[in-house]
Design a protein around this ligand. Sequence first.
Ligand code: MN
Length: 242
Amino acid sequence: MPLEQYRRKRRFGVTPEPRGKPAPRKSSRARKLAFVIQKHRATALHYDFRLEWKGVMLSWAVPRGPSLDPADKRMAMPTEDHPIEYNKFEGVIPEGEYGGGTVMIWDRGTWTPVDPDVDAALAKGEVKFRLDGEKLRGEWVLVRMGKRRGETRNPWLLIKHRDETASKRNIADEEPRSVVSDRLLVEIARDEGGNMEKAADGDPPALLRKMLANPRLVKPPKKSGKKAVWHSNREPRRRAGS
Ligand code: MN
């Protein structure tokens, strides 16, 4: 049953993540397929790379995040399918829960498979696609590797194809903010009652140093009201002196 594994891992009375339901299958020709990358400071920092397919988000955890350099092969460990509503989730998963920590919507957009037979490409372990996101564009490939000793799942590699969108620049460091709220991980943790110190560990240290030197660079706390993103229902932690 779709999303069974996703639901088994989570307590929906405790975590603000959506319970989700599988969306009706739509053919890839009918409309654009969504992709999302969520930067997630859990036990360790990683980027959750998700591609919409057959009503769910196929998911891989990429510890070092995507690279625009075709010479880089980024490890991508397959994780459980996620509901499509998850694409809107930015906030804090309570500590002690599965994936506890801060989640940021780092990039989003649409993807187009190069070979329209995505099921065959997945079975073969080589999926070529085009991304049209706010940060990531152009052609990419996900390649399944052989299983290593002691591992239960096959690791995959996420690799940029050589095209006009390839580059040597470090996009993870140069564009560290949410494409939805323009916040850093530490600012999301502050606004949603998360662990700021742990979240800040996933933000670029040079940028944090600049903000400490000039506190005016820190975004004011998000006001409640019309919420563009999915929030934890918990009250934001009170700040010292307020
Ligand atoms: Mn994750």
